[in-house]
Design a protein around this ligand. Structure first.
Ligand code: F6P
Length: 484
């Protein structure tokens, strides 16, 4: 195992060093057999990139590889101004902590039980061990008084573990996914430990106000903490400490998508994509990790019915669904893949004549240029999750619509719906309503459609990811430790 804590043991004694430590389940790199270490996809990585453009930092995370696998490649320890600290996980820890507890218990619980969460005591033990390892490595690495920003549901025990090891640090935690209501979270046999873990942070941030309200209620019910001004006061060894609880809705690097969309080669590629699917009158698009929370199946069902009923002309309509693979070892993900693939083939099989295959399904990841071209090509974007913390694809589509054309159909159960009120909001459980809204969205007259898109774009550009990161980091307490 490549787990040499001695080489990292410097933290507090470190001279200077970056003032920001990012702690996330994954490092911002992933290993590809052909390309070697390359930038990892995913919301947390792209969100933090804008922060990292402005300052040096340390990033602590897992490489995605098993540390006891055959000949695991070593990730680099430095990329530009970013220092990387790998947290090694064995195969059995990946199975129990990552696939098991994080994605088989927490993920379905936090998304409201779309599939049944599975609670195993042994998996929680592995989860605790892994969280403690993250805390150890951060404690060994972070300079005195540094700001430590812990991300997401896989690491909720880290804030308190870290505070016990390094009370000098200023600790923020941000949850990228939804936070469930009291009666759902309360199922968790480890609810108290999870809440206590989070309360080690100085700031606990959520995507939405609803999530922050759920958290406050749960702390009020299960922990001994005094609620003051929307946050809490807790008694520590060092006295009374404040925990701020607030919503910080995440944004995207909107100008990056607009810049990509303005490139002649991206515009050319968008034209080519339309030509490749038969130059339809209406091109619909979905882009989601192949996750059961994303409502890909209900969306395919709605579009299929519109095509079968002739509300959309099967010969003049195309629907491209991009669904990159994700968490493929977890059973529920294997099931959603079979369900989606069956729905696509059934739909195309029922719609004739020969040569009419209106649904184009792509089970593969795509780079930003190709995604931007798809966004430019599509007349309407279908974002229909059953539950989603934010949904950045909705924001990316809007940012790429530099001509103010196009329609965004958006589930009201996404965090994005709290901000993007000019989108065509739908209830993904109501297929009839979704069908009617898709038709209204694609048929909206030009002027009002453009006004709608312009308003959406303004919101996405104003509340971009730099502002999100600044708001979050500014809410951390001021530096109190002097290393002179
Ligand atoms: O917040 C959700 C999230 O953990 C993202 O950070 C990530 O991009 C995505 O889910 C995929 O997760 P995983 O790391 O399990 O592939």
């Amino acid at each position: 195992m490549r787990f040499d804590r001695r080489s990292r043991r410097r933290g507090k004694d470190r001279e200077g060093g970056p003032d920001l430590v990012i702690v996330a389940n994954r490092l911002p790199l992933e290993f590809d057999a052909d390309e070697g270490w390359r930038r990892a996809p995913g919301g947390v990585v792209s969100a933090m990139e804008s922060v990292l453009r402005e300052q040096a930092a340390i990033w602590v995370g897992w490489s995605g590889q098993a540390s006891d696998g055959s000949d695991p490649p070593e990730p680099p320890t430095q990329v530009g101004d970013l220092e990387l600290v790998e947290v090694p996980l064995t195969r059995s820890e990946i199975a129990a902590h990552y696939e098991g507890f994080s994605n088989g218990a927490l993920w379905p619980n936090y998304h409201g039980g779309i599939v049944a969460p599975v609670y195993h005591r042994s998996q929680f033990e592995a989860h605790r061990t892994v969280n403690a390892r993250f805390a150890d490595l951060v404690a060994d690495t972070a300079p005195l008084g540094a700001r430590v920003w812990v991300h997401d549901y896989q690491l909720q025990l880290v804030p308190t573990m870290l505070r016990e090891r390094r009370p000098d640090l200023r600790i923020g935690f941000f949850l990228h996914i939804p936070f469930p209501p009291v009666e759902v979270f309360s199922q968790l046999p480890w609810r108290t430990q999870l809440l206590e873990g989070l309360m080690g942070a100085d700031v606990v941030g959520f995507q939405t106000n609803d999530a922050a309200v759920n958290f406050r209620r749960l702390v009020g019910r299960f922990l001994d903490a005094q609620e003051v001004d929307g946050g809490f006061e807790v008694e520590d060894a060092d006295g009374t400490r404040r925990v701020t609880v607030a919503a910080f809705p995440i944004g995207i690097r909107a100008s990056d998508y607009a810049d990509l969309a303005a490139l002649p080669e991206v515009q050319q590629r968008a034209k080519q994509i339309r030509a490749d699917v038969g130059d339809p009158d209406v091109l619909l698009l979905g882009v989601d990790r192949l996750d059961y929370t994303k409502g890909i199946d209900v969306r395919i069902q709605a579009v299929t019915e519109l095509l079968l009923d002739g509300d959309l002309d099967p010969e003049r309509t195309a629907f491209i669904q991009v669904a990159p693979p994700t968490r493929a070892k977890v059973e529920e993900y294997q099931k959603i893949r079979s369900d989606v693939e069956l729905l696509v083939s059934r739909a195309n099989g029922s719609l004739g004549p020969v040569g009419t295959n209106p649904i184009h399904y792509m089970h593969q990841a795509m780079g930003p240029d190709e995604l931007a071209a798809l966004y430019c090509a599509a007349d309407a974007m279908l974002v229909t999750p059953l539950r989603d913390g934010m949904n950045l694809v909705a924001k990316e589509y809007v940012a790429a619509r530099i001509n103010n054309r196009g329609a965004l159909v958006l589930s009201e159960f996404t965090g994005a719906a709290e901000q993007m009120t000019d989108a065509w909001l739908i209830n993904p459980y109501d297929i009839g309503g979704m069908k009617r809204t898709i038709l209204r969205a694609v048929n909206e007259p030009g002027q009002s459609a453009q006004a709608r898109m312009a308003a959406l774009r303004e919101g996405v550009f104003t509340h971009d990811v730099s502002r999100w990161a600044r708001d979050f980091l500014d809410s951390l307490p001021a530096q109190t430790h002097d290393d002179t």
